[in-house]
Design a protein around this ligand. Sequence first.
Ligand code: IPM
Ligand code: MN
Length: 347
Amino acid sequence: MASSYTICLLPGDGIGTEVTECGRRVLDFLSEQGGPSFDYDVRPAGYDTFLEVGHSLPDESLDAAKLADAVLVGAMDVAQIPPHGGDPLGGLRIGLEVSASVRPSRTIDGIIGPADDIDCVVVREVTEGLYSRDEYMGDDNAAYAVRVVTREASTKTARMAFAQAVARQEIYGRPSRVTAVHKVGVLKLSDGLFLEACADVARDFPEVIYETANVDACAMDMVRNPGHFDVILATNVFGDILSDVAAGLAAGLGLAASACIGDRWAYFEPVHGTAPDIAGKGIANPCATILTVAMMLRHLGEDESADAVENAVYAVLAKGTVRTGDLGGVATSAEMTNAVLTALSTK
Ligand code: IPM
Ligand code: MN
């Protein structure tokens, strides 16, 4: 008997609502084909929610996320939300106790990106660092942001990175590499602690190559020699930036998926934002969300469906006849999703 899951959907703002709908169509299609079945608990979160109810992540939405088997997030317009409106993504990440965001990027057949040999995953701490929300004014002319690095969060993130490395070792049949990113020459205490935690975890994985890199040098090397990188392990802001660098080198944010995974809960979101310039037009690339859905299926133990969805997206991209604007085509989100469903049914 195929399994059945409750998915909490937090579509959010802008194109978030549009691409979430495409992700849902893929899940429904899998059910129709005799795969796992899904029901949905759609909840409000984001800037529009703040405008409606005065908070961007109502308690009921977070509670629903905790009760679901998995959570699929669209995108949230966090920049517009004032401090008293809450922080929906931070609230989710902290509330769901996620340890890290896992963000794969790789060169894809049929897509010409700046790098033709990138295949890496950025594992990014997402609950602290410079996103500690501890920001204050000294006086009118000085503002302070506290960068928090704890051994606990660093260790959890490092464990996630090494777990990814081990999994990739099995898939690729070659030694994996973890690159821990820092600026310890300046941030001696905070990145000193981060690197100490990473090195402690690394000792448990002697089969994985472990190296450290300054964040600036790492960014340059990713551009000059993308094929060197395998698993990039980073604190919050460095990981935020480097995951976009990796996505840009591969194929752009239209194809960048991510999974925020903790010990008890997990949520899944495309890396891109709300794209106000194209929101409401039905032309956003749904592939980042569909690939995110594949990560969610894998997390639920539905490997066969996950593989099928990924392969369908890659087949459509390789063929190249149906493409959204970000990839040089003219297809709408619905047409792109239809093409993926067609590829799914003919696999
Ligand atoms: C991401 C996004 C978020 C982040 C923003 C929207 C707060 O850029 O998930 O990468 O910086 O974490
Ligand atoms: Mn980002």
